[in-house]
Design a protein around this ligand. Structure first.
Ligand code: BES
Ligand code: ZN
Length: 595
């Protein structure tokens, strides 16, 4: 990597973040910057007069990694670092062919958020620092590199091609300034299908047709988003379907969202994740939380925006369902955080001792979105939309804090002397700095869900056999809600009854199947439990596998099963998922005195 620096403190050494990197050499030099025209690419520069410099890799500490100190002579403005990633680089997952859908070629992808970019790139790994970049990637010839950047068509071979081990070269440029966590790369056997002139899908050849079908609404989603939040500034918007071990639902890498294949349900029922990642093109990638303590500014705004897109494309009833499901998620999360009021707060303040990832809960997402909904309801949609657009426009390519958001609300929404917010009972300070859900939260109302909840209650309380359920107009979200409403201790007889009528154990929607297998584990329902090993060894999305491991960890006998599945599956998980599951199993072992 060659960093071109803006020197603000000429007498200070450069401090970069690293984690599990081997630093091979460091040199410094100078680039003359043309005063007009586009910035120079440093990829082929041979006039930098590079000279070795003194550097020191500091003590490696958990979570943060090791600081890299580099001596900088006063006059230099570039630093070149040769480095190698290692097997411990947590932001990379290297997959064998067997771990991919086509089982033919290996695969590599990066995951930078929150602070893992430092494990594949020595950098200032904070959302408060932005940069542009050029990249050149060499890969074994049959493979393709896709970066979260603009692909530059090759103007000819950039490398002599060796017949024995041919190499393909891909060039990229990210011309808009981004923070380090948005540097993204994937390499594998990838094909492309266009959806519109500016939207397309990257996926392995066997997955591509299904993915293109599922993502068919993407261009209309973009148009809806542009109407709501302003012009899309990033050029292309593509999505890349990752192998099933991808630990997240989605990651908003700029220009190329990364997505789990578990969204491909066949009926576009799970596309809210795509709407979410798309919305990050405004909230998150244009306006970025200055520190991870203000994570809600990325995720709360985006969750609100996601549902506005869903409403625009699929209508209010569907959006109302998603909002109500979100409310249910929030209430469950607050319940589980009952003893930790600090973690129920949106603007929780800096707490650098904690791993940003471990701290992540549904609170910044759902309480954040609910806060914006409360504001919208109070001032009216039209006023709120003006405010939201203005927030994005005024802070484009900046890093923002809760304080700034609070000020913006005060300035643009409060309504002067008449204090509209006060009249609605909205206490902005309480929303941002208090625990729980304030009284001023709008009610979650979805008639569809109310009907489902009633049926769910009747069924689980034994009033109705499965035959009596009226499900003809249900969609996948209805089924998900129905299963989420089932008490954890429903009992295996009731589960068998449902399975006989609706064949849940044969479900292909990964979210529905995930909840079903969780219920199966909690109730020792064996036809369901038989599907668990297969599910847990093929899928690595943390949100789907975690509840099943938790359910199994509830009894010593099932814990043994969980342990043996994990012994098989763990090596194929991304470190994010692996660490979470390891800690669940370890805690259970401690609880049962096995450790
Ligand atoms: N930016 C997040 C993913 C993320 C958050 C990665 C924190 C690392 C640390 C992404 O936009 C996201 O929120 N994904 C969700 C899905 C979304 C629809 C709630 C996920 O992956 O579950
Ligand atoms: Zn998000």
């Amino acid at each position: 990597v060659i960093w071109q620096l803006e020197r603000t403190m000429r007498d200070q050494p450069l401090l970069l973040d690293t984690s599990n990197l081997d630093i091979l050499s460091v040199r410094t030099g100078n680039v003359r910057i043309p005063s007009d025209g586009p910035p120079r690419s440093l990829l082929d520069a041979n006039d930098l007069s590079l000279m070795p410099t003194r550097f020191e890799l500091g003590k490696d500490v958990p979570v943060l990694g090791a600081p890299l100190w580099i001596d900088l002579p006063a006059h230099v403005n570039v630093v070149e670092i040769y480095y190698r990633t290692t097997a411990q680089s947590a932001g990379l997952q290297w997959l064998s062919p067997a771990q991919t859908d086509d089982r033919r070629s290996p695969f590599l992808y990066t995951q930078g958020q929150s602070i893992m970019a430092r494990s594949y790139l020595p950098c200032q790994d904070t959302p408060n620092v932005r940069f542009t970049y050029d990249a050149r990637i060499h890969v074994p010839a049959p493979l393709r590199a896709v970066m979260a950047a603009r692909a530059i068509e090759p103007s000819g071979p950039t490398r002599p091609v060796d017949a024995a081990s041919p190499v393909s070269t891909f060039n990229f440029a990210m011309e808009l300034p981004i923070p380090a966590y948005l540097v993204g790369l994937a390499v594998g056997e990838l094909d492309f299908a266009p959806i519109s002139p500016r939207v397309g899908i990257w996926a392995s050849p066997t997955v591509l047709p299904k993915a293109a079908m599922e993502m068919g609404d993407l261009e209309s989603m973009m148009q809806a988003a542009e109407r709501l939040f302003g012009p899309y500034l990033w050029g292309r918007y593509d999505v890349l379907i990752l192998p099933p071990s991808f630990p997240l639902g989605g990651m908003e890498n700029p220009m190329v969202t990364f997505l789990t294949p578990t969204l491909l349900a066949g009926d576009r029922s799970l596309v809210s994740v795509v709407a979410h990642e798309l919305a990050h093109s405004w909230s998150g990638n244009l306006t970025t939380n200055a520190t991870w303590s203000d994570f809600w500014l990325n995720e709360g705004l985006t969750t609100y925006a996601e549902r506005r897109i869903i409403e625009a494309i699929y209508g209010l009833p569907r959006a109302a369902m998603e909002r109500a499901l979100g409310r249910q998620t929030l209430e469950a999360e607050l319940h589980s955080l009952a003893g930790e009021p600090q973690r129920q707060i949106l603007a929780a303040g800096p707490n650098f001792a904690l791993d940003p990832l471990d701290e992540i809960s549904d609170v910044p997402y759902e309480k954040g979105a609910l806060f914006l909904e409360a504001l919208e309801h109070c001032v009216g949609r039209e006023n709120f939309d003006v405010f939201f657009k203005q927030w994005i426009n005024e802070h484009g390519f900046q890093s923002v804090t809760s304080r700034q958001f609070e000020n913006a609300v005060e300035t643009h929404l409060k309504g002067g002397e008449s204090d509209k917010l006060r009249a609605c009972g909205i206490d902005v300070g309480q929303w941002l700095h208090g625990p729980g859900i304030p009284e001023s939260a709008p009610k979650a109302t979805s008639l569809e869900l109310q009907k489902i909840d009633l049926q769910s209650k009747n069924f689980s309380s034994g009033q109705t056999p499965a035959e009596g359920l009226e499900t003809s107009d249900w969609n996948a979200l209805s089924w998900l809600r129905f299963l989420k409403q089932m008490p954890d201790a429903i009992g295996s007889t009731k589960l068998a009854e449902l399975d006989a009528k609706f064949n849940f154990s044969g479900q292909t929607n990964a979210e529905i199947l995930g909840r079903w297998l969780e219920l199966a584990a909690l109730n020792h329902y064996s036809p369901g439990m038989q599907r668990i090993p297969d599910f847990l060894t093929t899928i690595g999305r943390r949100k789907l596998v975690e509840p099943i491991y938790r359910a199994l960890a509830q009894s010593p006998a099932d814990l043994a099963t969980a342990r043996s599945i994990f012994a098989q599956a763990g090596a194929g998980y991304h470190s994010l998922t692996r660490n979470t599951i390891e800690s669940i199993l370890r805690q259970a072992e401690v609880k049962y005195g096995q450790r």
